[in-house]
Design a protein around this ligand. Structure first.
Ligand SMILES: *Cc1c(COP(=O)(O)O)cnc(C)c1O
Length: 358
């Protein structure tokens, strides 16, 4: 909210959080629990903060339906640190990667420093506008890595493949957006700042079995997942405030129907927007229909109408729509529809699109 005018926040990341999370954490900035101090000013080992970390862990377990076979870790360094931390721990000879966009490519680039990388399929030939199907994951590799939602290109895996080898997934931009069968995965990681919380914390869900599969190389304590698991993510000072805000945001998810509730909301928002794009004579979606993301909807002006873009930008601004500029590798527009975005905000965008139809 600024000057009383509602801003509709379509930012790709860092991105919209629930009002609940913003309000609760704002209060804790001033006075936290029974400490009489700001949450920023107390020890991460105080009983009050340890309770926050425990609650955050329990919320992840509850939302994802995790069994005790998994550990929940709150780490630093962003999802980008996971790009090398994973191969550093687990790549002995060969790993299989699915290449579906910029983030997959970055993960592949880092992993190449540790062993042979088999790219089982890639959609680079179509500027990453689809999710490849019909590929095989060879079983003689250490793990398979994929990206569930391609934040930049607006594509999303609808059905995860079966894999005989450990399956690792970067879910940075669609974690908690829909129910998933976690038992398929051995590691799930997510930079919080897309759909979970603010920047500064990375969620890692790891199957305990993975600790028995460590590569035979020196693994610094901070890089070893086991270090963090053994210390309940408090081996060193954790990112206290991002964990706190994430906790509140997860509470909001739970109180609003959990992952089933989020999926329903997100499906409604995505249909509303994609239907408007498809019905418009001026715009077209950039992702293939069967691969469209429910988190990031990318669309462009049809070439013959590109001259209208400054008029559209002006209309968006007028309507209080913020953060719609597409990533430079796609151009046009990207509407990020993360959990906390309301259907009213999507309707505000749809109204501007429809007004263009005359
Ligand atoms: C944003 C993003 C990243 C990078 O996250 P950082 O936390 O900035 O390192 C990685 N993967 C995906 C899918 C993303 O959307």
């Amino acid at each position: 909210m600024t000057n009383g005018k509602k801003i509709h926040n379509f930012s790709a990341g860092p991105s919209i959080l629930s009002d609940y999370a913003i309000e609760k954490s704002s209060a804790d900035l001033k006075s936290f629990s029974d400490t009489g101090l700001s949450v920023l000013e107390i020890s991460h080992r105080s009983k009050q903060f340890v309770q926050v970390a425990d609650e955050a862990t329990q919320l992840v377990k509850k939302l994802l339906n995790l069994t005790d076979d998994y550990d929940v870790l709150f780490l630093q360094g962003g999802a980008s640190t996971q790009f090398f931390q994973i191969p550093h721990n687990f790549l002995k000879t060969k790993a299989v990667y699915l290449n579906t966009g910029t983030w997959s490519k970055k993960a592949i680039k880092e992993a190449k420093g540790y062993g042979e990388i088999d790219v089982c399929a890639s959609s680079e030939d179509g500027n990453f506008n689809y999710i490849p199907g019909n590929y095989t994951i060879s079983s003689d590799a250490d793990y398979f890595h994929c990206t569930s939602n391609n934040t930049i290109f607006g594509t999303q895996i609808k059905e995860f493949p079966d894999s005989d080898i450990p399956m690792i997934c970067d879910m940075s931009s669609d974690i908690f957006s829909r129910p998933i069968d976690v038992t398929k995965f051995d590691i799930i990681y997510a930079g919080a700042q897309k759909n979970m919380g603010p920047a500064g914390v990375t969620l890692v869900v790891i199957k305990k079995e993975m600790y028995n599969k460590l590569a035979d190389r020196h693994i610094p304590s901070m890089v070893n997942y086991k270090t963090h698991a053994d210390a309940d993510s408090m081996f060193n000072t954790p990112p206290v405030f991002p964990i706190l805000v994430s906790k509140y945001n997860m509470e909001w998810v739970l109180n609003n129907g959990g992952l089933e509730g989020m999926e329903k909301r997100n499906n409604e928002k995505a249909s509303l927007l994609y239907d408007a794009i498809d019905a418009s004579p001026y715009f077209k979606g950039t992702a293939r229909e069967d691969s469209r993301s429910h988190m990031n909807a990318c669309f462009v002006f049809k070439p013959e109408h590109e001259g209208l873009s400054s008029k559209f930008d002006e209309a968006c601004k007028e309507a209080g729509l913020s953060g719609l500029k597409g990533h430079r590798s796609v151009g046009g527009y990207r509407a990020s529809l993360y959990n906390a975005l309301s259907i009213e905000s999507v309707q505000a965008l749809v109204d501007v699109i429809n007004k263009f139809n005359g």
